[in-house]
Design a protein around this ligand. Structure first.
Ligand code: G3H
Ligand code: 13P
Ligand code: ZN
Ligand code: NA
Length: 308
């Protein structure tokens, strides 16, 4: 069934695990993710960005998720990723989503609170839950120093105040992750002390980790081996994700790992089979690679297998 994230997060918080939130843009991506969750009997969040809505159209994505729901009994939440305006959030709330993110992290605290509050009021009146973001999800330079971190990472006291002022259902915080395939220049570092403080100030409150792809070396290697050029790509070590999942983090966002799995597989197939031009021949293996990668995440990293 199509569900909100409320119950998922309550169980995840208590159980010390996290739910994977995977970005979807087309049919093969949806199918690969859903097949993995089915095998693992895991709750699932499918998330759609503004860019995905633009690429595939809202109605096509909705119908793909409806198809997934007809294909399985798993609890699936449909979430707007990085909504940047009230209007976009409203469109998704009116258009069948069960969860929306309003990302006001680029605004100052007061503006972020006001925008988030407005979305929360509308969403809650329509039975939809809201994720917000506080702090900046920027790449951190090599020489990690505390004062630089303080400037961009989420302040725990402010996070608590933000949640109380807005009534938001979950909060994305900045503790060192960033979007994309180049997350760390040197040794990966996440500020777990900060996460722990947030957890203490906001008991039982679900925290979200964006930019949580691991940038799996096998896929980076394959991309580079078959004509790609993504040197120095580095993600969040899976050990750190396991630790975050055992703490207040209940939702872990993964997009880059899907992109890399798909692209590595397509590159390999087309390089090895230059005479083929049937899209099913390379999108099929790409879908299988996504399934395998997502199954690994659910089982070995997030800990959400058999939690429905
Ligand atoms: O946080 C960003 C996600 O990876 C979605 O990316 O906006 O290119 O669809 P996108
Ligand atoms: P990655 O780029 O690490 O996959 O992060 C995805 C994300 O945070 C989507 O909101
Ligand atoms: Zn994100
Ligand atoms: Na957790």
């Amino acid at each position: 069934p199509l569900v909100s994230t409320k119950e998922m997060f309550e169980k995840a918080y208590k159980g010390g695990y996290a739910i994977g939130a995977f970005n979807v843009n087309n049919m093969e991506i949806v199918q690969g993710i859903v097949d993995a969750a089915k095998e693992e009997q895991s709750p699932l969040i499918l998330q759609v960005s503004a860019g995905a809505r633009k690429y595939a159209k809202h109605i096509y994505l909705i119908k793909l998720v409806e198809a997934a729901l007809a294909d399985t009994d798993l609890p699936i939440a449909l979430h707007l990723d990085h909504g940047d305006t009230f209007e976009l959030c409203k469109d998704c709330i009116d258009g069948g989503f069960t969860s929306v993110m309003i990302d006001g992290s680029k605004y100052d605290f007061k503006e972020n609170v006001a925008l988030t509050k407005k979305v929360v009021e509308y969403a809650h009146a329509h039975g939809v839950v809201v994720e917000a973001e506080l702090g900046r999800l920027a790449g951190v330079e090599d020489d990690v120093n505390v004062s630089a971190n303080d400037a961009i990472f989420t302040d725990p006291e402010q996070a608590a105040e933000f949640v109380h002022l807005t009534g938001v259902d979950s909060l994305a915080i900045a503790i060192g992750t960033s979007h994309g395939a180049y997350k760390f220049k040197g040794t990966p570092y996440l500020d777990f002390d900060r996460l722990e403080k947030v957890g203490k100030l906001l008991p039982d409150f679900p925290i979200v980790l964006h930019g949580a792809s691991s940038v799996l070396p096998e896929f980076v290697k394959k991309c580079n081996e078959f004509g790609g050029d993504i040197p120095g790509a580095q993600g969040v070590p899976e050990e750190m994700l396991r630790k975050a999942a055992s703490m207040a983090v209940c939702k872990i966002n993964i997009d880059t790992d899907l992109r890399l799995a798909m692209t590595a597989t397509v590159r390999e197939y087309l390089t090895k089979n230059p005479g083929e031009f049937d899209p099913r021949k390379y999108l099929g293996p790409a879908r299988d690679a996504i399934k395998g990668m997502v199954q690994h995440k659910i089982k070995d990293v997030l800990g959400s297998s058999n939690r429905i």
